[in-house]
Design a protein around this ligand. Structure first.
Ligand code: KDG
Ligand code: MG
Length: 402
């Protein structure tokens, strides 16, 4: 019987920081898992190196479900982003290995295709409405059928979502940057630029917007009502997601669809949201919600209640995560949309392969496993650099939700 012989953790910053787990079996089969937790990367690396890797050696790589139960139930301490990201890395690597052993792409092991491709959205942004409109035009001309739109609030500045370089990359400083936030200014301004997007480009594509946990439930209800004429695909994270009950109030006041879950990491975190149908899209991911095994469980619960999937896919989800996401997206019946921001050129020098983009859709590779390779030599050229997401402060100096 095959055994897990080696499990190595790599931390590198090719364009941004990624933590990658590589498991090698006694038969020489290699599996990859993403273990990146933006701004807390070394905590997951230590969880893996110090606590999980010693448990993996000698175990049967084929027993994916049993390994998941062993690492989750067996640890006594459950849930939380660090734990669930570490478990996810092991789980994803074992699915990669199973695909390679079976000679099948992972989506075939998940039941095969439910669709031909995976609809994605990307990020248009601008320092003002005019710049945002140009950026939306750029994405539409590239063939995207769904675009997220964010603009800086003119009199506040530094607003979440505005791209500085080629890619939108919010984790940029060696210590967290502090950025101002003014809810009333945002509530006055954001509906105007979403209306401007619809006015200029019409309704022939999906328009999304990320509120990024910045509003109270009542403010979110006001916002959702105000943008109803824009017919958004969704408003994302209208209020901090850990208070699931808060979404009831938003739901009662607006028909704007709601997406949440990118910071949540277990089925228990989304149970009320899904079973009470308080959201339309669940944004949990392979990397932060316990891997393919657990995310499939969340998506199956969502399917029972008519909630569709819309997984997070920012630059901090490595190409290994994106590949795993696309294998699952193409297979599940209740897929909605997949976020896709692409990656920096340096990232793609280290991670080779992965899904291909055509006509606004991602397509999984047909090679056995996940279809991504990690170039350890290339990674050595990009040593770890600490990078943090900014922190938001209200105009009176107090900390706001980021
Ligand atoms: O790690 C956090 C980022 O990925 C996040 O700020 C991006 O909200 C985000 C999104 O929707 O992509
Ligand atoms: Mg978001």
């Amino acid at each position: 019987m095959s055994r897990i012989e080696r499990a190595e953790v790599f931390v590198a910053s090719p364009g941004r920081t990624f933590v990658t787990l590589r498991i090698t079996t006694s038969d020489g089969v290699v599996g990859l898992g993403d273990a990146t937790l933006n701004g807390r990367e070394l905590a997951v690396a230590s969880y893996l190196r110090d606590h999980l890797v010693p448990l993996l050696i000698g175990k049967d790589p084929a027993r994916i479900e049993d390994m998941w139960q062993y690492l989750y139930r067996g640890a006594y301490w459950r849930r939380g982003p660090v734990t669930m990201t570490a478990i996810a890395a092991v789980d994803t690597a074992l699915w990669d290995i199973k695909g390679k052993v079976a000679g099948l792409p992972v989506y075939q092991l998940l039941g095969g295709r439910s669709r031909d491709g995976v609809l994605v959205y990307s990020h248009a942004s601008g320092r003002d409405t005019a710049e945002l409109l140009d950026d939306v035009e750029r994405f539409l001309s590239l063939g995207y059928e769904a675009v997220r739109a964010q603009a800086a609030v003119p009199e506040v500045g530094g607003t979440y979502g505005v791209r500085k370089g080629k890619l939108y990359e919010p984790a940029a400083a060696a210590l967290p940057d502090e950025q101002p936030w003014d809810t009333e200014a945002y509530l006055n301004f954001a509906p105007t630029y979403l209306e401007a997007v619809r006015e200029r480009f019409g309704f022939g594509f999906h328009l999304l917007h990320d509120v990024h946990h910045r509003l109270t439930p009542l403010e979110a209800a006001r916002f959702g009502k105000a943008v109803e004429p824009c017919r958004l695909f969704w408003m994302e994270d209208p209020t901090p997601a850990e208070n699931q009950e808060a979404f009831r109030l938003i739901r009662q006041h607006t028909t704007t669809p709601i997406a949440t879950g990118e910071v949540l990491n277990s089925i228990w975190d989304v149970q009320t949201l899904i079973t009470e149908q308080l959201i339309d899209y669940v944004r949990t991911t392979v990397v932060h919600a316990g891997g393919l095994t657990h995310l499939r469980r969340i998506f199956d619960l969502a399917a029972l209640y008519g909630v569709r999937t819309g997984s997070h896919g920012a630059t901090d989800l490595s190409p290994v995560s994106m590949a795993a996401a696309v294998h699952l997206d193409v297979a599940v019946p209740n897929f909605g949309i997949q976020e896709y921001m692409g990656h920096a050129d340096e990232t793609l020098e280290v991670f080779r392969g992965g899904p291909t983009l055509a006509d606004g859709m991602l397509h999984p590779t047909e090679v056995p496993g996940l279809g991504v390779e990690y170039d350890e030599k290339a990674a050595e050229r990009f040593p770890y650099q600490a990078r943090y997401l900014p922190v938001a402060r209200r105009l009176d100096g107090s900390v706001h939700d980021w």
